[in-house]
Design a protein around this ligand. Structure first.
Ligand code: 8YV
Length: 324
C-alpha cells in the first residue's frame, strides 16, 4: 500500500505529480490548515507532511501516530518543535543551500535601498515630485568601502559578506560561535565580540537562526553601542530583535536607519511605526522569494520527503537521531 503524504502549499503541479507517482498525496486547500479538526482523520493515516509555515505542535504529532517525516520548505524551522519530532522518531528536513545566494541578494537589496534611500526617492519620481529629490536633504550614504558587521556567519551571512567584500570593497567583521578561518583568508573578514562589532560597523546585518539563545539578541543596549550613522539589517527572524527597542532607536536617532525583511509579528501590523518611518525599508518576508529559488526549495523538500519515506537519508536532515 502506498504511504500517505499531506501537502500544505507551495508545490507546483509537476512536483505534486512526481510525489503522486510514489505516494497517496492529499493537497490541502489553501483555506484549510493541518491542525483543523476536519483534517484529523487524514492526519491519523499520514506518513509524511510537506509544506511551508507548517503549524506543527506536540498535539498535532500525537494525532499522527504513523508520521515518519516532515519536510519544511524553508531553511528556518524555529516554529517546529524539533525535540518532539525526534522523541517520536520523526525526521525533520529543511531547505538550506538552495536559498543562500537569493537571501543574500535580498540582504544587499536592503543595504542599498536603505543607504541610498531608493524607496523614498523612487516615490518622489512616481508622484511627479522629481525636483524634491534633488539636493542634500535626500542624499544617502555610501555603501562601498564601509564596514559591515555580520551577526551570524553561517551560509547566508558569509554570502552577504562575500558581496560586501568582493563587490563593494567593504571591511567584513563577524560575530559567530565558531571562527571561520577560511573565510577570514578569502574575504579578509575579522572575528569580533558582538559588542565590538556593533561599535565598529557601519552596517549591522543579522543572519542568525532564531533559537532560545538568539531570541532578542539585539535590544536597547546593543542599539546604544552602534554608531548614530549605523544602518541595521535583519534578514533572519524578527524575534532575534527587541522590536520596540529598535523602533525607539530609530525614533531617537540612536541609529540612522533599518532594512527589514522580518518582524516580531508577520504580517507587520499596519499600525507599526516601522511602516511610517522614512529611514526604514520594510519588506514582507521575501528573502528567498524568487521564481528560481522558491522552485528549488520546493524541489529540495520533495526530494527530502521522497528519500525519507523510502527509508533513505534525506539530503537536508535536521535531526540525524531520528534517521538512525
Ligand atoms: C521561507 C525563510 O520562505 O527559509 C526560510 O527560513 O524564512 C523563507 O525562505 C519562509 O520562512 C516561509 O516558509
Amino acid at each position: 500500500m502506498k504511504k500517505r503524504l499531506l501537502v500544505q502549499g507551495r508545490l507546483d503541479d509537476a512536483q505534486v505529480a512526481e510525489l503522486s507517482n510514489l505516494f497517496e498525496v492529499t493537497v490541502l486547500p489553501k483555506s484549510t490548515s493541518l491542525n483543523d479538526p476536519e483534517n484529523s482523520a487524514l492526519l491519523a493515516e499520514t506518513h509524511g507532511i510537506i509544506g511551508s509555515g507548517l503549524p506543527i505542535t506536540a498535539e498535532l504529532l500525537d494525532s499522527a501516530p504513523n508520521l515518519k517525516a516532515v519536510a519544511t520548505i524553508s531553511v528556518g524551522y524555529d516554529t517546529i518543535p524539533v525535540d518532539e519530532l525526534t522523541k517520536r522518531g520523526i525526521m525533520l528536513c529543511n531547505t538550506p543551500d538552495v536559498l543562500t545566494e537569493t537571501t543574500a541578494d535580498t540582504g544587499f537589496a536592503l543595504i542599498m535601498a536603505t543607504a541610498r534611500r531608493v524607496v523614498e526617492l523612487a516615490e518622489l519620481v512616481k508622484s511627479d515630485n522629481w525636483k524634491a529629490g534633488i539636493g542634500p536633504a535626500l542624499f544617502g550614504s555610501d555603501v562601498h568601502g564601509k564596514t559591515i558587521g555580520m551577526v551570524g556567519f553561517g551560509r547566508i551571512g558569509q554570502a552577504v559578506a562575500k558581496r560586501g567584500a568582493l563587490g563593494f570593497g567593504m571591511k567584513v567583521l563577524y560575530s559567530n560561535a565558531s571562527p571561520k578561518p577560511d573565510v577570514e583568508i578569502r574575504l579578509g573578514a575579522e572575528r569580533r565580540d558582538l559588542n565590538e562589532l556593533l561599535a565598529e560597523a557601519d552596517f549591522v546585518c543579522v543572519t542568525v537562526p532564531l533559537t532560545p539563545e538568539t531570541e532578542r539578541l539585539i535590544g536597547a543596549q546593543e542599539f546604544a553601542l552602534m554608531k548614530p550613522s549605523a544602518i541595521f539589517i535583519n534578514i533572519a527572524r524578527g524575534k532575534v530583535v527587541d522590536e520596540a527597542a529598535l523602533i525607539k532607536a530609530l525614533e531617537n536617532g540612536v541609529i540612522h536607519g533599518a532594512g527589514l525583511d522580518v518582524f516580531e509579528q508577520e504580517p507587520l501590523p499596519a499600525s507599526s511605526p516601522l511602516t511610517k518611518m522614512t529611514n526604514v525599508v520594510a519588506l514582507p518576508h521575501i528573502g528567498s522569494a524568487t521564481h528560481e529559488t522558491r522552485h528549488a526549495m520546493a524541489q529540495r523538500a520533495v526530494d527530502n520527503i521522497r528519500l525519507a519515506l523510502q527509508g533513505e537519508r534525506p539530503i537536508s536532515l535536521v535531526n540525524e537521531e531520528a534517521y538512525r
